[in-house]
Design a protein around this ligand. Structure first.
Ligand code: AMP
Ligand code: ZN
Length: 480
């Protein structure tokens, strides 16, 4: 049985879904104003393993994930410049073009990492669900949880006594610690925007420009992404999309909500406040959060400028699947520090594994003993690190039939997603051009033409092959 650490109860709980056969799961997805970095990708790989694990455990998984293609504000509160508009200004392209490009790149990165993303409509764009978001804000307004200021519609956190429960920080404590923005008309510092106006009062640009206040204030730039609403022209607050789309595609409550630990204190508290107050039932039963990928002990993040992408990894000879292996080497609730050395070690380990399993026979039957141990580890709060330990132990066991090893590994790979199955029992195919060079070298060697033989050996090495000479034949091996 799967046990998951639930952030909300702060305990490791036995997982059981609301419906018997089906698990409904929501993951906060990428903000597509820039390239997804390998810190973000750690989160998506972990949730992919969880999803595969649930499938292996016999469930059907309905997984929804949002694409935040409408601007986040640069500030985690509701202040600052819109990130999408900032990128648009800096790159001289429309916000729509930027969102489209980075969404595509995200999907490609996910594919290269063997992440099974949800498909449309469950992979859902915020900009295509404005109506649902407006409806949620209207419901909150009707129930008395929302109020208007000159720059938007806000959620009144003082009306939700459970605010702070997820992060274990009572409302009074959160209020005491919250920063008060100088210009804010918010009733409480923890209140957050449900709807923001493009121009004060929710008027359009023309009306605003003709108003007396426009002369004395700095003019906001014309927004590319704005919509009409019952409160005027504007755009949704950044937490609303998850509550609205999760309700639409999964219903409420649903089973598992995932995200990074950075989302606990603000984003997820706010999602819960909105959804519970609007619909009177919990949002999700299990809240699971991954720790950060760090660089020199600091969170990898766009704002700190210490990010690497999958392209950077490829340039350093690290394949996407080696990165996946690297992620799985640590428990998801522990920080994982990224260095090129440790990523290189993961690449070497994966290469070694592939080389070993190429030699195995075709799958026969699973080793129940090893499988029980592997499953016990991975079902224990997704302990991929321990499960990989069992995997290597099985791989190195000289007394186990190769066909049994193949069958067992194949099953595990459906959960780990390392793409190992395709290497099982597939002896390495040596490209024809490599064989031709090796033949020429063998001939040169026979003729004692050592210069040519050495030159051709180097040529082979550059192509990634080592040539080993025996008395009567040569052997080609891939360079590690
Ligand atoms: P964002 O696009 O910044 O909203 O992040 C997308 C997802 O990645 C969220 O679930 C974040 O919590 C998560 N995340 C962001 N940075 C990191 C990091 N350095 N390590 C692990 N997860 C991260
Ligand atoms: Zn979210």
């Amino acid at each position: 049985m799967l046990k998951l650490w639930n952030t909300e109860s702060r305990t490791r709980e036995a997982f059981g879904p609301i419906s018997n056969e089906e698990v409904r799961m929501y993951s906060c997805g990428p903000t597509v104003y820039g390239r997804t970095h390998i810190g973000n990708l750690r989160a998506y790989v972990i949730w992919d393993v969880l999803k595969r694990l649930l499938v292996a455990d016999g469930y059907t998984v309905i997984h929804a994930m949002n694409i935040t293609d409408v601007g986040h504000l640069t500030d985690d509160g509701d202040e600052g410049e819109d990130k999408m508009l900032k990128a648009s200004r800096e790159q001289g392209r429309t916000a729509w073009e930027i969102a489209k490009e980075f969404e595509e790149l995200f999907k490609q990165d996910a594919k290269n990492l063997n992440i099974n993303l949800p498909e449309s409509p469950l992979l859902c764009r915020a900009t295509e669900h404005i109506e649902e978001q407006i409806k949620l804000v209207k419901d909150l307004e009707e129930k008395g949880y929302a109020y208007k200021t000159s720059d938007g519609v806000y959620f009144d956190t003082s009306k939700f006594p459970e605010y702070g429960k997820l992060s274990g920080q009572p409302l009074e404590e959160k209020l005491a610690g919250a920063r008060v923005e100088a210009s804010s008309e918010k009733k409480n510092p923890t209140d957050f925007a449900l709807w923001k106006f493009s121009y004060p009062g929710g008027v359009d640009q023309e009306t605003y420009l003709s108003s007396p206040s426009a002369i004395s204030h700095q003019l906001p730039a014309k927004r590319e992404m704005e919509w009409q609403s019952p409160w005027g022209l504007g755009f949704p607050g950044w937490h609303v999309e998850c509550s609205a789309m999760a309700k639409k595609y999964l219903g409420q409550p649903f089973d598992i909500h995932t995200g990074g630990v950075d989302h606990i204190a603000v984003h997820h508290e706010n999602e819960i406040a909105q959804s519970v107050c609007a619909y009177g039932v919990p949002l999700a039963n299990f809240w699971v959060h991954n720790e950060f990928l760090t660089v020199d002990g600091h969170k990898m993040s766009k704002s700190l400028g210490n990010i690497y992408t999958l392209d950077d990894c490829q340039e350093h000879g690290i394949e996407p699947l080696a990165l996946r292996y690297f992620y799985l080497g640590a428990h998801y609730r522990q920080k994982l520090n990224f260095t090129w050395e440790s990523a290189g070690a993961a690449q070497n380990a994966l290469n070694k594994l592939r080389a070993i399993i190429r030699e195995w026979d075709a799958p026969t039957e699973i080793s129940l003993e090893y499988d029980d141990r592997f499953m016990a580890d991975i079902l224990d709060d997704i302990n991929t690190a321990s499960a990989l330990g069992v995997l290597w132990e099985m791989v190195n066991n000289p007394n186990l039939e190769p066909g049994v090893k193949s069958a067992t590994l194949k099953k595990w790979d459906s959960i780990l997603g390392l793409g190992l199955s395709e290497y099982i029992s597939k002896p390495l195919e040596i490209p024809q051009n490599v064989i031709a060079i090796a033949d020429r070298r063998w001939e040169a060697r026979a003729n004692k033409d050592w210069d040519t033989a050495d030159h051709l050996r180097l040529e082979l090495e550059n192509l990634g092959w080592l040539m080993e000479d025996a008395d009567n034949a040569y052997k080609l091996k891939p360079k590690k």
